[in-house]
Ligand binder design. Structure first.
Ligand code: GLN
Length: 485
């Protein structure tokens, strides 16, 4: 069953010729064919091309890089030359948009011989926490298909958890890697803002978007980060801070480090099963020799309102290019204004329209000071909360989400209830810091629950090492797999 392997396990077998890349790639394709009608995680399939590429790397046979010959899926916002890319929006789907160039991330993966097998489902332009706003319909949770896989990288998370690929790419603007990874039972990392390149990935909110991966082990996440991170001349916000070999740096020794436990992340309303799973995980960390310290991140309560001013403000600007002329769906109209109106009305779904309206309002001359400028000030306070905390602790731990995966349709009529799902995942994005989501337990209904490990800016090494030590202790046999019914 090669499709169930992690990257590092598969690499060993490829290197010793115990399996071929063609076998591995075909096994993932077969798994997609077997289970994806229940999950709806994969929205575009590159199977023929993938098999061709796999045969090429087998023929070469050297497997120089750990990612050579490894099949992956990319969230449908990553441009890949010659491959349809729609952001799961009718505005691009109706136009059959095919990307004419590669994102830096898919380019870097291509360069080491990783194999793209297709695209995964996402909320429209990554706006959402459930993948329900996709024009292709919802992705279901592999643990219970009456529930959501989370979002917006729900397709990538479900695909990794269900072994439809060896790893997947996602994006995290306010939780979209961490929350679906948590709902589906895989691992996801949001890296420091500027650590990975956003070039060629369709933007939602440019000061918040972070590019990253979802995988089956912390080792794989570390390996992927070393491969995709670093300065990119095509994205001015990437940093030249050196990229260490994150995989080599995983030493599994966390004795003596201090883990901060923010009291604001354990409110009375927190689901009792989530609370218990996180508390147990903290006990496991203590067993591994960490010290814990209660801390306060006092501006946490303003994170959701701040995010939902800044994010839509940037959304309304980023969505302006989809006007039916430069990009997007062609409409019928009598004049230019009517043309814009029809193209955007027909092409965009409700959540995108809602955010364009909120953002336009928050940025308008009369309200800019009251909303946008104010939100930027609070953003600084949230960032300072973390800076202060990291003077006393090495990492911070808490839940990723307030509940396990919720039922499909539970929040569709109540956008504010959906936004509140992000209560623990937007502060890190506002502060630009790294955070890892790793499964730490299951509810009595057998739904995964995840712990979030946060670090200071450029603190990926530390965050990954805590995650790695935890994974070894909590899941010595690997993370449990769903039975897809
Ligand atoms: N759920 C958040 C939102 O709807 C985060 C989405 C994301 O990270 N792309 O904005």
């Amino acid at each position: 069953m090669p499709h169930t392997l992690t990257i590092t396990q598969a690499h060993k077998k490829l290197k010793t010729k115990a399996i071929s890349s063609e076998e591995l790639t075909s096994a993932c394709i077969k798994q997609i064919e077997n289970v994806d009608d229940k999950l709806n995680a994969v929205v575009h399939r590159n199977f023929e091309l993938a098999i061709e590429k796999a045969k090429e790397v087998d023929k070469k046979g050297t497997f120089d890089h750990t990612l050579t010959g490894i099949p992956y899926l990319a969230k449908d916002v990553y441009c890949e030359k010659g491959v349809p890319t729609t952001a799961c929006s009718n505005i691009l789907r109706n136009k059959d948009y095919v990307a004419p160039f590669d994102s830096t991330t898919t380019q870097r993966l291509k360069a080491v011989g990783a194999i793209s097998i297709g695209k995964t489902n996402t909320d429209e332009f990554t706006m959402g926490a459930s993948t329900e706003s996709s024009c292709y319909g919802v992705t279901t949770c592999p643990w219970d298909t009456s529930r959501v896989a989370g979002g917006s990288s729900g397709g990538s998370a479900a695909a990794v958890a269900a072994d439809e690929c060896t790893f997947a790419l996602g994006t995290d603007t306010g939780g979209s890697i961490r929350q679906p990874a948590g709902f589906c039972g895989c691992i996801g990392l949001r890296s420091t803002y500027g650590r990975t390149s956003r070039y060629g990935v369709m933007s939602m909110a440019s000061s918040l978007d972070s590019i990253g991966s979802l995988a089956k082990s912390v080792e794989d996440i570390a390996l992927l980060l070393s491969t995709i991170a670093g300065k990119d001349p095509l994205d001015a916000t990437t940093s030249s801070v050196p990229v260490p070999d994150y995989l080599v740096k995983l030493n599994g020794d966390i004795k003596g480090i201090t883990v901060g436990i923010p009291k604001e992340y354990f409110p009375d309303e927190l689901d009792p099963e989530v609370r218990e799973a996180i508390e147990n995980a903290i006990e496991t960390l203590k067993k591994l020799g960490v010290k814990t310290k209660e801390i306060s991140l006092p501006h946490t309560k303003y994170a959701v309102p701040t995010y939902y001013i800044i994010c839509p403000s940037e959304v309304c600007s980023n969505m302006a290019r989809f006007d039916g002329i430069r990009y997007g769906h062609t409409a019928k109209a009598g004049d230019l204004i009517e043309y814009y109106f029809n193209a955007r009305s027909e092409g965009f779904g409700d959540e995108v329209k809602r955010r364009i309206m909120i953002g336009t309002y928050a940025l308008s001359a009369g309200y800019y000071d009251a909303y946008y400028r104010q939100a930027q000030k609070v953003r600084t306070l949230i960032k300072q909360d973390f800076e202060k905390a990291f003077e006393e602790v090495d990492v911070i731990a808490g839940p990723v989400s307030p509940t396990p995966a919720f039922k499909i349709g539970a929040h569709t009529d109540d956008p504010v209830a959906m936004y509140l799902e992000d209560v623990f995942s937007v502060s890190q994005a506002l502060a630009g810091i790294p955070a890892l989501s790793i499964p730490c337990g299951f509810s009595k209904d057998k739904l995964p629950i995840a712990i979030q490990i946060m670090g200071p800016q450029w603190g990926e090494e530390r965050v990954l090492n805590v995650g790695y030590s935890f994974q070894k202790e909590a899941w010595p046999e690997g993370i449990p797999k769903p039975e897809i019914a």
